[in-house]
Design a protein around this ligand. Structure first.
Ligand SMILES: NC(=O)C1=CN([C@@H]2O[C@H](COP(=O)(O)OP(=O)(O)OC[C@H]3O[C@@H](n4cnc5c(N)ncnc54)[C@H](O)[C@@H]3O)[C@@H](O)[C@H]2O)C=CC1
Ligand SMILES: NCC(=O)COP(=O)(O)O
Length: 322
Protein backbone atom coordinates (compact mmCIF):
# COMPACT_ATOMS: atom_id res chain seq x y z
CA UNK A 1 0.00 0.00 0.00
CA UNK A 2 1.42 3.35 -1.05
CA UNK A 3 1.68 5.92 1.72
CA UNK A 4 2.62 8.97 -0.28
CA UNK A 5 0.69 11.25 -2.59
CA UNK A 6 0.23 10.60 -6.31
CA UNK A 7 2.67 11.77 -8.95
CA UNK A 8 1.51 14.47 -11.39
CA UNK A 9 2.05 13.47 -15.03
CA UNK A 10 2.33 16.72 -16.99
CA UNK A 11 0.95 16.66 -20.54
CA UNK A 12 3.99 18.05 -22.35
CA UNK A 13 3.58 19.04 -26.00
CA UNK A 14 0.00 18.16 -27.04
CA UNK A 15 1.07 17.56 -30.65
CA UNK A 16 3.62 14.96 -29.57
CA UNK A 17 3.25 11.44 -28.21
CA UNK A 18 2.48 12.64 -24.67
CA UNK A 19 -1.33 12.52 -24.78
CA UNK A 20 -1.42 8.96 -26.17
CA UNK A 21 1.10 7.79 -23.57
CA UNK A 22 -0.97 9.04 -20.63
CA UNK A 23 -3.64 6.30 -20.69
CA UNK A 24 -1.01 3.65 -21.53
CA UNK A 25 0.92 4.77 -18.44
CA UNK A 26 -1.83 3.36 -16.19
CA UNK A 27 0.05 0.08 -16.66
CA UNK A 28 2.72 1.49 -14.33
CA UNK A 29 0.50 0.48 -11.41
CA UNK A 30 1.47 3.47 -9.27
CA UNK A 31 -0.85 6.34 -8.32
CA UNK A 32 -0.64 9.29 -10.70
CA UNK A 33 -2.82 12.03 -12.12
CA UNK A 34 -2.59 13.44 -15.65
CA UNK A 35 -2.51 17.23 -15.85
CA UNK A 36 -3.54 18.70 -19.18
CA UNK A 37 -6.47 19.15 -21.54
CA UNK A 38 -8.61 15.99 -21.67
CA UNK A 39 -9.66 16.96 -25.21
CA UNK A 40 -6.07 16.16 -26.28
CA UNK A 41 -6.32 12.55 -25.09
CA UNK A 42 -6.91 9.83 -27.70
CA UNK A 43 -10.55 9.15 -28.58
CA UNK A 44 -11.99 6.46 -26.34
CA UNK A 45 -9.77 7.26 -23.34
CA UNK A 46 -11.66 6.66 -20.12
CA UNK A 47 -10.94 9.64 -17.87
CA UNK A 48 -12.47 11.44 -14.90
CA UNK A 49 -11.83 15.01 -13.84
CA UNK A 50 -10.47 15.31 -10.31
CA UNK A 51 -10.05 18.45 -8.21
CA UNK A 52 -7.03 17.30 -6.21
CA UNK A 53 -4.24 14.76 -6.83
CA UNK A 54 -5.39 12.29 -4.19
CA UNK A 55 -9.03 12.00 -5.28
CA UNK A 56 -9.65 8.33 -6.08
CA UNK A 57 -11.07 7.05 -9.37
CA UNK A 58 -12.08 3.54 -10.46
CA UNK A 59 -9.24 1.24 -11.62
CA UNK A 60 -8.33 1.62 -15.30
CA UNK A 61 -9.65 5.18 -15.49
CA UNK A 62 -7.29 8.11 -16.01
CA UNK A 63 -7.67 10.84 -13.37
CA UNK A 64 -7.29 14.29 -14.93
CA UNK A 65 -6.43 17.59 -13.27
CA UNK A 66 -7.94 19.69 -16.01
CA UNK A 67 -5.95 22.46 -17.69
CA UNK A 68 -7.79 23.69 -20.77
CA UNK A 69 -5.76 24.76 -23.80
CA UNK A 70 -6.94 27.23 -26.45
CA UNK A 71 -6.41 24.93 -29.46
CA UNK A 72 -6.90 21.25 -30.30
CA UNK A 73 -3.88 18.99 -30.72
CA UNK A 74 -2.88 18.09 -34.26
CA UNK A 75 -0.34 15.24 -34.09
CA UNK A 76 3.07 16.31 -35.38
CA UNK A 77 2.08 19.96 -35.77
CA UNK A 78 2.59 22.00 -32.60
CA UNK A 79 0.26 24.99 -32.38
CA UNK A 80 1.91 28.17 -31.05
CA UNK A 81 -1.38 28.98 -29.33
CA UNK A 82 -0.85 25.99 -27.01
CA UNK A 83 2.74 26.80 -26.02
CA UNK A 84 1.89 28.92 -22.98
CA UNK A 85 -0.41 26.18 -21.67
CA UNK A 86 2.41 23.62 -21.78
CA UNK A 87 4.55 25.90 -19.63
CA UNK A 88 1.67 26.69 -17.24
CA UNK A 89 1.03 22.99 -16.64
CA UNK A 90 4.65 22.42 -15.62
CA UNK A 91 4.54 25.37 -13.21
CA UNK A 92 1.18 24.27 -11.75
CA UNK A 93 2.43 20.73 -11.18
CA UNK A 94 5.57 22.04 -9.50
CA UNK A 95 3.37 24.11 -7.19
CA UNK A 96 1.51 20.98 -6.11
CA UNK A 97 4.74 19.05 -5.59
CA UNK A 98 6.41 21.86 -3.64
CA UNK A 99 3.38 22.25 -1.38
CA UNK A 100 3.32 18.51 -0.67
CA UNK A 101 -0.04 17.90 -2.36
CA UNK A 102 1.66 15.65 -4.93
CA UNK A 103 4.41 13.09 -4.40
CA UNK A 104 6.40 14.55 -7.29
CA UNK A 105 6.13 15.17 -11.00
CA UNK A 106 6.76 13.10 -14.10
CA UNK A 107 6.93 15.23 -17.23
CA UNK A 108 5.84 14.12 -20.68
CA UNK A 109 8.11 15.58 -23.38
CA UNK A 110 8.07 19.18 -24.51
CA UNK A 111 9.29 20.49 -27.83
CA UNK A 112 11.80 23.17 -26.98
CA UNK A 113 11.55 24.87 -30.34
CA UNK A 114 7.73 25.03 -30.20
CA UNK A 115 7.80 26.60 -26.74
CA UNK A 116 10.44 29.13 -27.72
CA UNK A 117 8.59 30.13 -30.88
CA UNK A 118 5.09 30.05 -29.38
CA UNK A 119 5.68 31.51 -25.93
CA UNK A 120 9.25 32.83 -25.82
CA UNK A 121 10.23 30.04 -23.39
CA UNK A 122 13.59 31.17 -22.07
CA UNK A 123 14.88 27.77 -20.91
CA UNK A 124 16.57 25.05 -22.94
CA UNK A 125 14.55 22.30 -21.25
CA UNK A 126 12.53 21.16 -18.25
CA UNK A 127 15.69 20.73 -16.18
CA UNK A 128 16.65 24.38 -16.26
CA UNK A 129 13.04 25.59 -15.89
CA UNK A 130 12.41 23.35 -12.88
CA UNK A 131 15.62 24.58 -11.24
CA UNK A 132 14.32 28.11 -11.74
CA UNK A 133 10.84 27.32 -10.36
CA UNK A 134 12.44 25.76 -7.29
CA UNK A 135 14.28 29.00 -6.54
CA UNK A 136 17.25 28.81 -8.92
CA UNK A 137 18.70 25.83 -7.09
CA UNK A 138 21.67 23.94 -8.56
CA UNK A 139 20.56 20.72 -10.26
CA UNK A 140 21.95 18.06 -12.52
CA UNK A 141 20.30 15.88 -15.14
CA UNK A 142 20.64 12.14 -14.77
CA UNK A 143 19.42 9.46 -17.14
CA UNK A 144 19.02 6.06 -15.57
CA UNK A 145 18.23 2.59 -16.77
CA UNK A 146 17.72 -0.15 -14.27
CA UNK A 147 16.49 -2.66 -16.82
CA UNK A 148 20.03 -3.17 -18.12
CA UNK A 149 22.46 -5.02 -15.92
CA UNK A 150 24.59 -3.59 -14.40
CA UNK A 151 22.45 -0.42 -14.24
CA UNK A 152 23.44 2.51 -16.42
CA UNK A 153 23.22 5.95 -14.82
CA UNK A 154 24.72 8.93 -16.60
CA UNK A 155 25.00 12.61 -15.69
CA UNK A 156 26.01 15.19 -18.30
CA UNK A 157 27.86 17.92 -16.35
CA UNK A 158 27.00 20.40 -19.10
CA UNK A 159 23.58 19.98 -20.69
CA UNK A 160 21.83 21.82 -23.51
CA UNK A 161 24.64 23.88 -24.99
CA UNK A 162 26.49 23.82 -28.28
CA UNK A 163 29.44 21.44 -28.41
CA UNK A 164 31.73 24.37 -29.21
CA UNK A 165 30.85 25.91 -25.83
CA UNK A 166 31.60 22.80 -23.76
CA UNK A 167 35.33 23.37 -23.05
CA UNK A 168 34.54 26.82 -21.62
CA UNK A 169 31.39 25.72 -19.77
CA UNK A 170 32.97 22.67 -18.14
CA UNK A 171 34.66 24.38 -15.20
CA UNK A 172 35.94 22.99 -11.89
CA UNK A 173 32.86 24.52 -10.22
CA UNK A 174 30.45 22.84 -12.65
CA UNK A 175 32.11 19.44 -12.34
CA UNK A 176 32.35 19.71 -8.55
CA UNK A 177 28.66 20.56 -8.36
CA UNK A 178 27.71 17.62 -10.56
CA UNK A 179 29.75 15.28 -8.35
CA UNK A 180 28.34 16.62 -5.07
CA UNK A 181 24.70 16.62 -6.22
CA UNK A 182 24.98 13.15 -7.75
CA UNK A 183 26.64 11.68 -4.68
CA UNK A 184 23.94 13.13 -2.41
CA UNK A 185 21.09 11.94 -4.66
CA UNK A 186 22.50 8.42 -4.94
CA UNK A 187 22.29 8.20 -1.16
CA UNK A 188 18.93 9.94 -0.64
CA UNK A 189 16.92 8.88 -3.68
CA UNK A 190 18.51 5.61 -4.80
CA UNK A 191 19.44 4.04 -1.48
CA UNK A 192 23.14 3.63 -2.35
CA UNK A 193 25.03 4.10 0.91
CA UNK A 194 28.52 4.59 -0.55
CA UNK A 195 28.19 5.83 -4.14
CA UNK A 196 31.00 5.10 -6.59
CA UNK A 197 31.24 7.73 -9.33
CA UNK A 198 33.18 7.47 -12.58
CA UNK A 199 34.24 10.73 -14.20
CA UNK A 200 34.72 10.87 -17.96
CA UNK A 201 37.50 12.91 -19.51
CA UNK A 202 36.66 15.62 -22.00
CA UNK A 203 39.03 14.53 -24.75
CA UNK A 204 39.59 11.26 -26.66
CA UNK A 205 41.47 8.77 -24.46
CA UNK A 206 40.97 11.26 -21.60
CA UNK A 207 43.70 13.32 -23.22
CA UNK A 208 46.32 10.53 -23.10
CA UNK A 209 48.60 12.53 -20.79
CA UNK A 210 48.28 15.73 -22.78
CA UNK A 211 48.78 14.21 -26.23
CA UNK A 212 45.13 14.80 -27.25
CA UNK A 213 44.04 17.61 -24.98
CA UNK A 214 45.14 19.09 -21.70
CA UNK A 215 42.02 19.64 -19.54
CA UNK A 216 42.47 16.28 -17.81
CA UNK A 217 46.04 16.96 -16.68
CA UNK A 218 45.53 20.71 -16.16
CA UNK A 219 42.59 20.53 -13.78
CA UNK A 220 40.29 17.49 -13.92
CA UNK A 221 42.70 14.98 -12.35
CA UNK A 222 43.83 17.45 -9.63
CA UNK A 223 40.20 18.30 -8.85
CA UNK A 224 39.28 14.63 -8.48
CA UNK A 225 42.26 14.13 -6.16
CA UNK A 226 41.03 16.96 -3.91
CA UNK A 227 37.50 15.57 -3.83
CA UNK A 228 38.80 12.07 -3.05
CA UNK A 229 40.56 13.57 -0.05
CA UNK A 230 37.13 14.83 1.09
CA UNK A 231 35.82 11.26 0.97
CA UNK A 232 34.20 10.96 -2.46
CA UNK A 233 34.72 7.62 -4.22
CA UNK A 234 35.78 8.78 -7.69
CA UNK A 235 37.36 6.97 -10.63
CA UNK A 236 38.85 8.93 -13.49
CA UNK A 237 39.22 10.92 -15.53
CA UNK A 238 38.40 7.91 -17.72
CA UNK A 239 38.35 7.58 -21.52
CA UNK A 240 34.64 7.86 -22.32
CA UNK A 241 34.69 5.27 -25.10
CA UNK A 242 35.50 2.40 -22.76
CA UNK A 243 33.41 3.19 -19.71
CA UNK A 244 29.93 2.04 -20.71
CA UNK A 245 30.17 -1.68 -21.53
CA UNK A 246 28.86 -4.02 -18.83
CA UNK A 247 32.14 -4.88 -17.01
CA UNK A 248 33.02 -1.18 -16.84
CA UNK A 249 29.57 -0.23 -15.50
CA UNK A 250 29.92 -2.84 -12.78
CA UNK A 251 32.71 -0.71 -11.28
CA UNK A 252 30.57 2.40 -10.61
CA UNK A 253 27.06 3.54 -9.69
CA UNK A 254 26.88 6.65 -11.87
CA UNK A 255 29.00 8.18 -14.61
CA UNK A 256 29.59 11.93 -14.72
CA UNK A 257 30.17 12.99 -18.31
CA UNK A 258 31.54 16.17 -19.81
CA UNK A 259 28.69 16.92 -22.19
CA UNK A 260 25.19 15.87 -23.30
CA UNK A 261 25.93 13.33 -26.02
CA UNK A 262 28.84 11.70 -24.17
CA UNK A 263 26.26 10.73 -21.53
CA UNK A 264 23.08 10.21 -23.51
CA UNK A 265 24.35 8.20 -26.48
CA UNK A 266 25.40 5.21 -24.36
CA UNK A 267 22.20 5.03 -22.33
CA UNK A 268 19.85 5.60 -25.25
CA UNK A 269 21.73 2.93 -27.19
CA UNK A 270 21.63 0.46 -24.33
CA UNK A 271 18.01 1.10 -23.33
CA UNK A 272 16.05 3.61 -25.41
CA UNK A 273 12.70 2.22 -24.37
CA UNK A 274 13.33 1.91 -20.64
CA UNK A 275 15.55 4.86 -19.76
CA UNK A 276 14.39 7.53 -17.32
CA UNK A 277 15.42 11.16 -17.07
CA UNK A 278 15.60 12.36 -13.47
CA UNK A 279 16.52 15.79 -12.15
CA UNK A 280 18.79 15.59 -9.11
CA UNK A 281 19.03 18.40 -6.57
CA UNK A 282 15.43 19.64 -6.67
CA UNK A 283 13.40 19.92 -3.47
CA UNK A 284 10.77 17.68 -5.10
CA UNK A 285 10.87 14.48 -7.15
CA UNK A 286 10.98 14.86 -10.96
CA UNK A 287 11.34 12.15 -13.54
CA UNK A 288 10.55 11.94 -17.25
CA UNK A 289 10.72 9.43 -20.08
CA UNK A 290 14.05 9.66 -21.87
CA UNK A 291 12.55 10.30 -25.31
CA UNK A 292 11.18 13.42 -26.93
CA UNK A 293 7.95 14.42 -28.65
CA UNK A 294 8.38 11.96 -31.54
CA UNK A 295 6.36 14.02 -34.02
CA UNK A 296 7.04 11.42 -36.73
CA UNK A 297 4.85 8.83 -34.97
CA UNK A 298 2.52 11.04 -32.89
CA UNK A 299 -1.16 10.15 -33.12
CA UNK A 300 -0.49 6.81 -34.84
CA UNK A 301 -0.73 4.68 -31.71
CA UNK A 302 2.87 3.49 -32.16
CA UNK A 303 4.45 5.15 -29.14
CA UNK A 304 6.08 2.75 -26.69
CA UNK A 305 5.05 3.52 -23.10
CA UNK A 306 7.93 1.61 -21.45
CA UNK A 307 9.93 4.74 -20.66
CA UNK A 308 7.05 6.72 -19.12
CA UNK A 309 6.05 3.64 -17.12
CA UNK A 310 9.62 3.31 -15.83
CA UNK A 311 9.65 7.06 -15.10
CA UNK A 312 6.44 6.91 -13.05
CA UNK A 313 7.69 3.91 -11.10
CA UNK A 314 10.99 5.63 -10.40
CA UNK A 315 9.23 8.80 -9.22
CA UNK A 316 7.08 6.68 -6.93
CA UNK A 317 10.14 4.85 -5.51
CA UNK A 318 12.02 8.11 -4.99
CA UNK A 319 9.04 9.70 -3.24
CA UNK A 320 8.83 6.69 -0.91
CA UNK A 321 12.57 6.94 -0.11
CA UNK A 322 12.15 10.58 0.81
N1 LIG B 1 12.06 15.47 -21.58
C1 LIG B 1 11.76 16.14 -22.69
O1 LIG B 1 10.91 17.01 -22.69
C2 LIG B 1 12.49 15.81 -23.97
C3 LIG B 1 12.18 16.54 -25.08
N2 LIG B 1 12.84 16.30 -26.25
C4 LIG B 1 12.43 17.13 -27.38
O2 LIG B 1 11.69 16.33 -28.30
C5 LIG B 1 11.83 16.89 -29.58
C6 LIG B 1 12.16 15.79 -30.59
O3 LIG B 1 13.44 15.26 -30.26
P1 LIG B 1 14.16 14.09 -31.06
O4 LIG B 1 15.61 14.33 -30.94
O5 LIG B 1 13.55 13.96 -32.41
O6 LIG B 1 13.90 12.79 -30.21
P2 LIG B 1 12.62 11.86 -30.03
O7 LIG B 1 12.89 11.03 -28.85
O8 LIG B 1 11.38 12.67 -30.03
O9 LIG B 1 12.58 10.94 -31.33
C7 LIG B 1 13.69 10.19 -31.77
C8 LIG B 1 13.21 8.90 -32.46
O10 LIG B 1 12.73 8.00 -31.49
C9 LIG B 1 11.38 7.64 -31.75
N3 LIG B 1 10.65 7.62 -30.48
C10 LIG B 1 10.66 8.56 -29.51
N4 LIG B 1 9.87 8.21 -28.51
C11 LIG B 1 9.33 7.03 -28.84
C12 LIG B 1 8.40 6.16 -28.17
N5 LIG B 1 7.87 6.43 -26.98
N6 LIG B 1 8.05 5.01 -28.81
C13 LIG B 1 8.56 4.71 -30.02
N7 LIG B 1 9.45 5.49 -30.67
C14 LIG B 1 9.82 6.63 -30.09
C15 LIG B 1 10.83 8.74 -32.66
O11 LIG B 1 9.75 8.27 -33.42
C16 LIG B 1 12.06 9.13 -33.43
O12 LIG B 1 12.21 8.29 -34.54
C17 LIG B 1 12.86 18.00 -29.48
O13 LIG B 1 12.21 19.23 -29.38
C18 LIG B 1 13.57 17.68 -28.19
O14 LIG B 1 14.12 18.84 -27.60
C19 LIG B 1 13.80 15.32 -26.38
C20 LIG B 1 14.12 14.57 -25.29
C21 LIG B 1 13.48 14.74 -24.00
N1 LIG C 1 18.15 15.26 -24.13
C1 LIG C 1 17.45 15.23 -22.91
C2 LIG C 1 16.42 16.25 -22.90
O1 LIG C 1 16.27 17.02 -23.82
C3 LIG C 1 15.57 16.33 -21.71
O2 LIG C 1 15.58 17.61 -21.28
P1 LIG C 1 14.65 18.13 -20.11
O3 LIG C 1 13.47 18.70 -20.79
O4 LIG C 1 14.34 17.00 -19.22
O5 LIG C 1 15.50 19.16 -19.47
Amino acid sequence: MSVHRPIILTCGEPAGVGPELAPKALAAGVPFVFMGDPRHLPAGTEWIEVQSPDETVPPGVLPVLRHDFPAPAVPGRPDPANAAGVIEVIARAVGLAMSGQAGGICTLPINKEALKTGAGFAFPGHTEYLAHLAGDVPVVMMLASTTVSPPCRVVPATIHIALSEVPRALTPEVLTQAIRITDAAMRRDFGIAAPRLAIAGLNPHAGENGVMGHEETDWIAPLLARLRAEGFDLAGPLPADTMFHAPARARYDAAICAYHDQALIPIKTLDFSGGVNVTLGLPFVRTSPDHGTAFDIAGKGLADAASVIAALRMAHDMAEKR
